[in-house]
Design a protein around this ligand. Structure first.
Ligand code: ADP
Ligand code: MG
Length: 254
């Protein structure tokens, strides 16, 4: 069996007496779009926080391409190739859309902070290259023409796309998306679906998709893990998961 792009082993997170993620095992295969679904409060965002290193688990491990990264901080995990978006948009309100994306490229620059501050010629050319890449990423998400605007001038759905561009700017191999379709209309959701597919197929990104919109999840994902009370209640293809009695009972429930 190939090494999973991302593997969770017995992952557990307790907040005081509340166990938000409870012994979760999950394997994301390289190159797949892997859905993570479950009712509100079932531990999806907490799981993404544990994968991205924003939270430390109470127990268990996170493995990136077979390597245990549980002890690594969030910045180190970005460098190792894990990027994410947030359920609640987190953009710099006083930076342009382009600068928001550009800012995310800095952890990747080789020149280091001193060179950035000194604005050496090497740094300037690296900065120009980063600026070009950031613009390309904005084009990729369909926002090239909004580069000079402030995030707050964009509709909510487009702010979500800026977040995706910003995540891409870190050069990830695994992209974690937390409810990217929230606040999107049906046409915007279709564009998001096309973007996720393109990132996956054309750019080879492995994607973990937390999403409420079942139609989008079923269309976007190769496999899906279903959570309830922080534990896995089902895993499989969209077809398998849709028919799973636990899922129908605990989640789809209709
Ligand atoms: P989901 O994303 O599936 O809706 P979350 O992972 O956000 O669920 O939350 C899972 C549970 O953990 C919820 O009961 C939530 O209130 C709780 N929780 C999440 N983050 C924290 C925190 N930082 N402190 C305390 N409780 C939290
Ligand atoms: Mg959430």
């Amino acid at each position: 069996m190939t090494t999973p792009a991302l593997a969770l082993r017995g992952l557990t997170k307790a907040f005081g007496g509340l166990v938000a993620v409870d012994g979760l095992d999950m394997a994301v295969r390289p190159g797949e779009v892997h859905g993570l679904i479950g009712p509100n409060g079932s531990g999806k965002s907490t799981t993404l926080n544990l994968i991205s290193g924003l939270l430390r688990p109470t127990r268990g491990q996170v493995l990136l391409e077979g390597r245990d990264v549980t002890g690594q901080g969030a910045a180190a995990r970005v460098r190792l190739g894990i990027a994410r978006t947030f359920q609640n948009i987190r953009l710099f309100r006083h930076l342009t859309v382009l600068d928001n994306v550009l800012a995310a490229t800095y952890p990747r620059t080789r020149a280091g902070l001193l060179a950035v501050l000194a604005r050496t010629p090497a740094m300037r050319s690296e900065e120009e290259a980063a600026r070009r890449r950031s613009l390309e990423l904005l084009d990729l998400v369909g926002l090239g023409r909004r580069a000079a605007d402030l995030p707050g001038d964009l509709p909510y759905a487009q702010q979500r796309l800026v977040e995706i561009a910003r995540a891409l700017a870190t050069g990830p191999r695994v992209l974690l998306l937390d409810e990217p379709a929230a606040g999107m209309n049906p046409a915007e959701k279709q564009e998001l679906l096309a973007l996720i597919r393109r990132l996956n197929r054309e750019f080879g990104l492995t994607v973990v998709l937390v999403e409420h919109d079942m139609s989008l999840v079923m269309q976007a994902c190769d496999r899906i893990t279903v959570l309830n009370f922080g534990s896995r209640v089902a895993e499989g293809t969209p077809q398998e998961v849709r028919r799973h009695p636990e899922v129908v009972r605990a989640y789809l429930g209709t």
